[in-house]
Ligand binder design. Structure first.
Ligand SMILES: [Fe+2]
Length: 190
């Protein structure tokens, strides 16, 4: 039986959401997670895997790690160069960038995940952007979510989106390297 969506779980698992200064943005981000989880076939959000290829990392763990990595990059750039970076936008982009995986992948029946019909039919991040729009988030945040993956032709159009893209690539390539999978960074060396 599907566990009910828990706002407390999201705030505990992605604690950076608590740093958002605009209350309505935090609530919209949580709403987007709720919409994606509700539409998914998963029964327990806490145990959803990040990828079919890696048994250990969870989707929530990857999201937390990417959000923290993006924040560390942003705080460093703010301190060193005082570039204009909106931390609320950055946190929400990072916190929602992979919620589409709740639809793209489905349970494999053995505690893992496998690519499902949505993953086969839609480009990665399409549904993340969809739920962000449905939750009422800004075009800037939606664009950052949509452009975080190299599968999207559109390049990032904000500094926040660039940082989330690199934060995500660092985390994802750590898993790819550890599990002997092709690296995303290799695409930059062609
Ligand atoms: Fe990701």
């Amino acid at each position: 039986m599907k566990k009910p969506f828990s706002r407390d779980l999201i705030l505990r698992e992605i604690p950076q959401l608590n740093l958002i200064s605009q209350e309505d943005m935090r609530e919209k981000a949580i709403k987007a997670w709720e919409l994606a989880y509700t539409d998914s076939d998963y029964e327990d959000l806490e145990t959803v895997n990040f990828s079919p290829y890696y048994p250990k990392p969870t989707l929530l763990g990857h999201t937390r790690s990417v959000t923290e990595a993006s924040l560390l990059l942003a705080k460093n750039l703010l301190k060193e160069y005082d570039y204009p970076i909106d931390l609320d936008d950055l946190i929400v982009m990072a916190a929602l960038h992979d919620i589409s995986k709740l639809r793209e992948n489905i349970s494999d029946g053995n505690g893992g995940v496998k690519k499902g019909p949505v993953g086969a039919a839609f480009q990665h991040a399409f549904f993340s952007a969809h739920y962000a729009i449905e939750a009422g988030l800004s075009d800037k945040v939606v664009a950052g979510i949509f452009a975080h993956t190299g599968n999207t032709k559109q390049l990032p159009t904000s500094l926040e989106a660039i940082l989330v893209t690199y934060g995500d690539m660092a985390d994802a390539d750590a898993h790819r390297f550890s599990y002997d999978r092709p690296l995303q960074v290799a695409k930059l060396h062609k």
